[in-house]
Ligand binder design. Structure first.
Ligand code: SF4
Ligand code: MSK
Length: 621
């Protein structure tokens, strides 16, 4: 490897290329980009172009609007499936732990367990924690296969929102049912009405946000601990030249939780010293990184777009991946170095990687094998090229912490936040979330947007790779309040929080739903989420999961701005429904802007409109 490693890619390799180069050499198909390419049957694939007579409909007669709606809905279904299958895995581990069948795991946050049980209507008095946990786990696991009624957490939404969903007929009945029905409806010759398709997509997305994702977040908190603010480091510079580097990557923290413990075991540390290392350094990529960061302060090596670059340092003894956002190129890149790539989920094998299957019952043994193999790999290292520098971040703002930090120990609640919004010191709250995408100036769009928002007194909540990107720009430290507008700065300095709050991984966008609901319940900012000056934005999205997240926010009454490109742009009719008509139904809507400044303007306009509708004073300038 004669190449230098830079921070965002663009480095050639003898055996292949990195993501940014592959993106450059493969411009997207313009028809697929606009969402009007259909391959739902083998009379096609049909590439429909609205306005061109000979290509105005597919072979079966499907319009561009219907194809775009179906493709969008299938993205929602896939995103919902991904988050929810993560939630299912956690629920199964939760039950195994409650039954004492998962060595190495315990129920860490027992207060949250009891609170959650009460929320679910499960009796807690006089019962052992494990008994309560069994009842909680069984009830939530049943939400996946339920056929009728409504999923459990729908009841947590504001009453007005629940009524509205009921009127629209989009209350999720069961998580798996909505995903299956969405795939059925969008197969050849079934649902052709764009509005009908997109409303079922809303129901499916709600099964994600208020279902699968929320189950993942809540049960992970009970199992592994509810995050509290902590300081840590971010960027490739967290890798250590003198230590065994193990990177965890993906989304499910179930095995990484044990890797954290095992990497601290005396025998492992002794073995590392025997092999010439001074210790074992665990670091993360993507959302697994966010999970172990929030609960253990494990440093973050990088975002989705830095996964190959981490290997290019030559300093990684093992990368341990689970599910989602793991590039299949990793084994190819790793072949140029000594790095082991271990896949650990039977759902996600990659040719060229070694598979060490995770199982609740034997997870501790697997974790030990991985750490031992990584240590034994240390002497095989070649040249190392770790980019200098890493920066501080503060992470771990769960709903519970916000409640406590903003409200104080004896008076916890969202009152101070609501008051700050009401008096205009905080203009509103925007969730800036999601991926990095090599089709745009990766990282820069996120950063420029977040800087503009905080400057204009918007409190930013962040998750996923968006949070990692903001952290790399040093926006996740209390000192960043100096870059905020006067009102937001005052609040941040009084409470000691950054102007951008790291709230976790992709599934933890469910924390944002809970926070929005808590704002409503606190009072003074309307009776429904759609009235709160709040919005969402995924400026560099790429994953189907981002579409599911966006659609559950829209269905929950929140405007959502996407960057990069909009996936139904090829159909003006479907896009109009998502951008305009849906607002009359759910109170939320989709918007699209490519440039960060334009995104900020759209978001701020939306916050100001909501402020005006509530009769609030204009926000601080
Ligand atoms: Fe073409 Fe219709 Fe088949 Fe889609 S379902 S591929 S539009 S024939
Ligand atoms: S990991 S979904 S690239 S945020 Fe959640 Fe990052 Fe997007 Fe994957």
């Amino acid at each position: 490897m004669e190449q230098a490693v830079n921070r965002e890619g663009g480095v050639s390799m003898r055996t292949g290329t990195l993501v940014t180069e592959r993106a450059k050499s493969q411009p997207p198909c313009p028809i697929g980009l606009g969402g009007t390419c259909c391959r739902a049957c083998f009379m096609g694939p049909c590439r429909v172009v609205e306005g061109r007579e000979e290509r105005a409909v597919g072979v079966c007669g499907a319009s561009g609007a219907s194809i775009a709606a179906k493709n969008f809905a299938r993205m929602v279904a896939a995103g919902t499936a991904a988050h929810s299958d993560h939630g299912r895995e956690v629920a199964l581990l939760f039950l195994a732990t409650a039954r004492g069948e998962a060595p190495g795991y315990t129920l860490k946050d027992r207060t949250k367990l009891r609170n959650l049980a009460r929320t679910l209507g499960i009796a807690v008095d006089g019962r052992e924690d494990e008994e309560v946990a069994l009842a909680v786990g069984e009830k939530l696991l049943a939400d996946f296969g339920q056929q009728e009624g409504e999923i459990s957490f729908i009841r947590r939404a504001p009453a007005r929102r629940q009524e509205l969903w009921g009127r629209l007929g989009i209350v999720p009945r069961g998580i798996d049912r909505e995903v299956v029905e969405m795939l059925h409806r969008t197969s050849v010759g079934v649902d052709q009405d764009p509005e009908n398709i997109l409303l079922q997509a809303a129901r499916t997305a709600l099964a994600d946000g208020w279902g699968g994702s929320m189950i993942a977040t809540e049960l992970q908190d009970i199992l592994f601990g509810t995050p509290e603010p902590l300081r840590a480091k971010v960027d490739l510079g967290v890798l250590r030249e003198d230590q065994v580097n193990i990177i965890v990557h993906g989304h499910e923290p179930v095995l990484p939780e044990l890797l954290v413990k095992v990497a601290e075991e005396r025998e492992m540390l002794a073995l590392a010293r025997e092999k010439g290392a001074t210790g074992i350094n665990l670091a993360g990529i993507c959302c697994t990184a966010n999970e172990v960061l929030m609960r253990h302060g494990i440093p973050i090596a990088g975002t989705f777009l830095q996964q190959e670059l981490a290997l290019m340092t030559g300093a990684v003894e093992a990368m341990v991946v689970d599910v989602q956002c793991v590039m299949p190129s990793l084994p190819t890149v790793a072949r140029c170095f000594h790095t082991h790539i271990f896949t650990t989920s039977d759902k996600a094998k990659i040719p060229g990687a070694e598979h060490l299957p995770y199982d609740h019952h034997t997870a501790l043994e697997i974790a030990r094998e991985i750490v031992r193999r990584a240590i034994e790999n240390f002497p095989r290292r070649g040249a190392v090229n770790i980019p200098q520098g890493s920066v501080d971040l503060v992470a771990g703002f769960s709903h519970e912490t916000v409640n406590y930090m903003l409200g104080g120990r004896y008076r916890f609640g969202y009152r101070p936040l609501n008051d700050a919004i009401i008096d205009g010191r905080i203009r509103g709250v925007v969730g800036v979330v999601g991926c990095n995408n090599p089709r745009v100036d990766a990282g820069q769009v996120h950063t420029a947007l977040v800087r503009e928002l905080i400057l204009r007194n918007v409190l930013v909540l962040s998750t996923g790779c968006g949070a990692i990107t903001a952290a790399k720009a040093e926006l996740l430290v209390p000192e960043a309040a100096e870059q905020a507008g006067g009102g937001l700065r005052e609040v941040c300095e009084a409470v000691g929080i950054p102007p951008v709050l790291h709230m976790g991984s992709c599934v933890d966008n469910s924390r944002l739903l809970i926070a929005a609901t808590a704002i409503v319940h606190e009072g003074g900012l309307g009776e429904d989420i759609s009235q709160v000056p709040a919005a969402g934005c995924a400026p560099e999205w790429m994953s189907e999961k981002a579409v599911a997240i966006g659609h559950y926010f829209v269905a929950s009454g929140v405007p959502v701005v996407f960057g990069v490109n909009f996936p139904t742009a090829g159909s003006p009719e479907t896009t109009k429904f998502l951008f305009d008509d849906i607002e009359r139904l759910t109170g939320g809507r989709w918007l699209f802007e490519r440039e960060p400044q334009a995104m900020a303007e759209v978001l701020i306009r939306s916050l100001d409109q909501k402020r005006k509708a509530l009769g609030l004073a204009p926000a601080y300038k």
